[in-house]
Ligand binder design. Structure first.
Ligand code: NCD
Length: 316
């Protein structure tokens, strides 16, 4: 399958998914993000990079990290930023997503970072966007969260080097409802990760097509043995229609990351979590705040990754 989101010149047209992204493009984005890190925490060095470009963060679902980091990333590249407040907008009067985008485009917005509860919603907006408008998927339903996938890969690279071929990476928790897990799996596959281990209770595992090529575990103690990285996921209770998790206590016992369980992993294993964390449920506070945790480094990397993506999409 060819990746449909490229321009004629091989550059990225929209960032919708990491599924099928050419590995050279993924590496280029990661290299650019690493180079941006020095400017991701402030400074004015890149403030002339994308002058006149305007980013709108259009979030139909809540967000702390993703939205703030898009806002900071755009600001540090010299863009104008509009944070569109869906809750108080005419979306509540029934205006369609497409009309909302067209309205903001007419005001000069040429980049949208969109979060939506529905799988495929951002791709649909991309198909309808004006020729000079770029779309970035900031999380659509369960489908994809490509900038999170990239920042997770950057965090892995910083700890383990660029060669993933010997890495054992565990993704544990509510994989079924997780767009982060899907984008991480797409990226890990593209970058040639040695072993991708997927772990969770049976009713929170996704369909087999999602985990193709991965090792699937029902037992976390087995999955974590000698792992180099453990990516923990939040229980997506807002996406569960049935009572899929009867008891949080049982869940935490079987699939929570405790300090004791982490000792089964490789001694230099790192721990990731996209946030927000349910402390004490999927991850013990001692681990979340411990020496092996890279949770806040992921957040810092998120700004750099979003700077790199905006530059790729908008820099002429
Ligand atoms: C994730 C999301 O929204 O998909 N959060 C994030 O972007 N850091 C994960 C989650 O909500 O659990």
């Amino acid at each position: 399958m060819s990746y449909p989101w490229l321009r004629g010149d091989g550059r990225l047209r929209h960032l919708i998914t990491l599924d099928g992204m050419p590995v050279a493009l993924m590496q280029r984005l990661l290299n650019a993000a690493q180079a941006m890190l020095a400017h991701a925490r402030g400074g004015r060095a890149l403030r002339e990079r994308l002058p006149g470009a305007t980013l709108c963060t259009l979030f139909f679902e809540p967000s702390t990290r993703t939205r703030s980091s898009f806002q900071l990333a755009a600001t540090r590249l010299g863009m104008d930023v509009l944070n569109f407040d869906v809750a108080t907008s005419s979306a509540g009067k029934g205006e369609s997503d497409h009309d909302t985008m067209a309205t903001l485009q007419a005001m000069g917005v040429n980049a949208f970072a969109v979060r939506h509860s529905r799988d495929g919603a951002v791709a649909e907006l991309a198909a309808a966007a004006a020729a000079d408008t770029v779309l970035i998927n900031a999380g659509d339903g369960r489908a994809a969260h490509p900038t999170q996938g990239l920042l997770d890969m950057l965090t892995l690279r910083q700890a383990k080097g660029h060669d993933f071929s010997r890495l054992r990476v565990v993704i544990c928790g509510d994989v079924r409802h997780s767009r982060v897990a899907r984008s991480d799996i797409h990226a890990l596959r593209a970058l040639g990760a040695g072993e991708i281990r997927i772990c969770g209770p049976g009713n929170l595992l996704p369909d087999a097509d999602v985990t193709a090529g991965c090792h699937v575990y029902a037992n976390f103690d087995a999955a974590i043995a000698d792992a180099d990285a453990v990516i923990m996921l939040r229980l997506q209770r807002e996406r569960m229609s049935e009572g899929l998790v009867p008891s949080l206590q049982d869940y935490s016992r079987d699939f929570g990351l405790s300090a004791k369980r982490l000792r089964r992993a490789a001694p230099d294993a790192i721990v990731l979590h996209p946030g927000p964390i349910n402390r004490g449920i999927e991850i013990d506070p001692v681990v979340a705040d411990g020496a092996q945790s890279r949770v806040l480094q992921q957040v810092a990397n998120g700004v750099a990754v979003r700077m790199a993506v905006l530059s790729e999409l908008l820099d002429a």
